[in-house]
Design a protein around this ligand. Structure first.
Ligand SMILES: Nc1ncnc2c1ncn2[C@@H]1O[C@H](COP(=O)(O)OP(=O)(O)OP(=O)(O)O)[C@@H](O)[C@H]1O
Length: 296
């Protein structure tokens, strides 16, 4: 059984910001999406799971490992792609991976060569293996980041905001790579991009201002708001009136017109139409009231 169980995790930074408030989550094998707006606490949670910072209270268990105490044991089975993934620009992909593999304890040079070659193939960088990392595009750097995270067959992989700044083709390639990895491993994908979670994840949580505001299967979460999301086009000047009257969860500009989505148990008034809800509607329903008004 491969499972990560987080219980009542809390963290307040020395400046008084409470980044995590009693966070409890059960994360099974497969792709898990951790969705939340900027500043929600995603990176704080990821860094704590990755043993890079301490929590004030609570516990994390990965199978039989007490993550907050047995840090060395976690590091042996963890692959981590942080939000800011720096690379040494003047070193080739192959040399860098070989170096990281040494650090991760693969001492036999033939074995290392095999591992590095297989990983470069897996992330589609084999033909660029001799190129310096400084010449890589954003997508290539992210795929290199995944390759280094995969050294040593990790049981738990954490990727923090991996697709920010990637063009659609690179993002797609990165998604395919992640979903392949997610077949046998726990992969936590931390992101503020709803579409990434829709495309990839079989379970998920939404975190806002340090609190888990929803968790479960994406389809079940969508079903929970189905029939309660309504839309209409409004004049830009009328928007504040609607925001006062209704729970406006999002505003989309379409061809210069302002399209609003409202959360309500019943039809707000006859000018509204029902919406076939999606994960974005769930996300905005859960974070409105918790965060500043959100415009897409
Ligand atoms: N080292 C730190 N010291 C003080 N405050 C911090 C520190 N790191 C994060 N914070 C604050 O904690 C809160 C949560 O930040 P965190 O980076 O975990 O959120 P996030 O969801 O990852 O956001 P983003 O997507 O912007 O990275 C924010 O208010 C942030 O300013």
């Amino acid at each position: 059984m491969n499972e990560l169980v987080i219980s009542n995790l809390s963290k307040t930074y020395s400046n008084g910001v409470q980044a995590l408030k009693n966070v409890s989550l059960t994360i099974p094998r497969g792709m898990f999406g951790l969705l939340g707006p900027n500043g929600a606490g995603k990176s704080s949670l990821m860094r704590t799971i990755a043993t890079l910072q301490e929590a004030d209270s609570g516990s994390i268990r990965l199978n039989t490992i007490d993550v907050l105490r047995q840090k060395e044991d976690v590091r042996k089975i963890l692959g981590y792609l942080p939000q800011e993934f720096g690379v040494y620009p003047k070193i080739s992909a192959e040399t860098m991976l070989d170096h990281i593999a040494t650090l991760k304890g693969i001492r036999n040079s033939n074995e290392r060569k095999e591992v590095v070659e297989a990983l470069l193939q897996k992330v589609n960088l084999y033909q660029f293996r001799k190129k310096n990392l400084g010449t890589f595009s954003g997508g290539m750097k992210q795929r290199f980041g995944i390759a280094q995270a995969l050294i040593g067959n990790p049981k738990l992989i954490i990727v923090d905001e991996p697709t920010a700044g990637l063009d659609p083709a690179e993002r797609n390639r990165f998604h395919n790579l992640l979903s392949e990895i997610g077949l046998n491993t726990i992969v936590i994908l931390s992101t503020h991009i709803v579409e990434d979670v829709t495309n990839l994840c079989s379970s998920m949580a939404i975190i806002c201002m340090g609190e888990v505001v929803a968790q479960g299967n994406p389809n079940t979460l969508v079903a929970s708001v189905q029939g309660k999301i309504w839309k209409r086009v409004v004049n830009k000047e009328e928007l504040p009136l609607y925001q006062k009257e209704y729970q406006v969860i999002s505003t989309h500009l379409k061809a210069g017109l302002t399209n609003i989505h409202v959360y309500s148990d019943d039809l707000p008034d006859s000018t509204f139409e029902p919406v076939d809800a999606d994960l974005e509607d769930v996300y905005f329903t859960k974070i409105t009231g918790n965060a500043d008004a959100v415009a897409v």
